[in-house]
Design a protein. Structure first.
Length: 333
């Protein structure tokens, strides 16, 4: 007869993902509903962040402006720019000469009492202003004639690199406002929770939805310590759930836990071939079950058994006694 190791089973999705936000934002749109099928990369939700968008647009404008400045510094001044600077200097020189002439005339009139002191002060201020404008025009022309200094170009390039790095970082954050599913599966978050999220501020790391892939499910069987010695990877598994005890699902042992779980397992009445003899510790045995019908749902429970191979009826009847003699009784001596 078949030797079987049995235990309670719980159904888990083979792959599940908590879809969380990577940046702060207000939920603008939710594109999915409970039970929808999604593929990896499909949009789940869309966030908005006015502060992030404004900062990105401002940085982009600064980058464009500074690129033009760097390009101009590398090329150096053009002949037209030098001509304009010379013409500006000549115009400012003429304005300064005129202001000086006016000051001389007003000073003479002031000495004979023909004009008030306020007019003399205004004439002096006009000379000062005109001289300052002329000096600035002369400085501008001198800079153009001298050409661009290498250290000015390097400084501008360094500022441009910093802004481009900031722009790339902001662009990456902006892209994260579109939230996509990292896995294929079915949306498991209740509809009421999805609808309640709209127009809500979600902090970075906030949960948007859960996506489960359960076309193949992982059945976790809690096998007692006294039965785990017969379980091997690849052995056949049979599973029934409390949701429909008339349907048997089939799979194979995919993995066996390395360490025991201390939680006790309740004894259940079983026919002779089952080696479910109890114990205070259990090992979790995982089996992958084909679930393309989607009948098995995450969280379902039931019972499962691992088919451990043919044994003689005498072996099955005396297993418990032999184990007791070889372990418990042996320890007495």
């Amino acid at each position: 007869m078949e030797l079987k190791a049995s235990g309670p089973v719980s159904v888990l999705p083979e792959e599940n993902a908590d879809i969380r936000t990577a940046v702060d934002g207000i939920v603008d749109e939710i594109y999915v509903d409970e039970g929808d099928r999604v593929r990896a990369g499909d949009p789940i939700a869309r966030l908005s962040s006015q502060a992030l968008e404004a900062n990105l647009h401002s940085t982009e404008a600064e980058v464009r402006e500074l690129r033009a400045v760097v390009q101009g510094l590398v090329k150096g001044p053009t002949t037209a720019e030098i001509q304009v600077a010379r013409a500006t200097l000549e115009k400012n020189q003429a304005a300064a000469d005129y202001a000086a002439t006016q000051l001389s005339r007003v000073s003479q009139l002031f000495q004979i009492g023909a004009v008030p002191r306020t007019q003399l002060d205004d004439a002096r201020a006009a000379v000062t202003t005109a001289e300052g404008v002329k000096l600035e025009a002369q400085r501008r022309l001198n800079v153009l004639l001298a050409g661009t200094r290498p250290d000015d170009i390097e400084a501008a390039r360094a500022r441009l690199e910093r802004l481009e790095s900031q722009q790339a970082d902001l662009s990456e954050q902006y892209a994260k406002l579109k939230i996509v599913s990292p896995v294929s599966g079915i949306v498991a978050t209740p509809s009421r929770e999805l609808k309640a999220m709209k127009r809500q501020l979600i902090p970075s790391g906030g949960l948007i939805a859960k996506v489960y892939d359960f076309e193949t499910v992982a059945a976790q069987i809690r096998v007692p310590e006294k039965s785990i010695g017969e379980v091997r990877p690849g052995q056949a598994v049979e599973l029934r759930t409390r949701a429909d005890p008339n349907v048997t699902f089939h799979g194979r042992v995919a993995s066996i836990a390395v360490a025991a779980d201390a939680a006790p397992v309740a004894e259940a009445a079983s026919p002779l071939p089952v080696t479910h003899s109890g114990g205070d510790r259990v090992f979790v045995v995982t089996s992958l079950i084909d679930n393309r019908s989607l009948f098995l749902r995450p969280g379902m429970t039931g019972q499962a058994k691992v088919l451990c191979g043919q044994r003689s009826v005498l072996n099955l009847m005396t297993r418990q006694l032999v184990r007791t003699l070889n372990v418990e009784v042996w320890s007495w001596w």
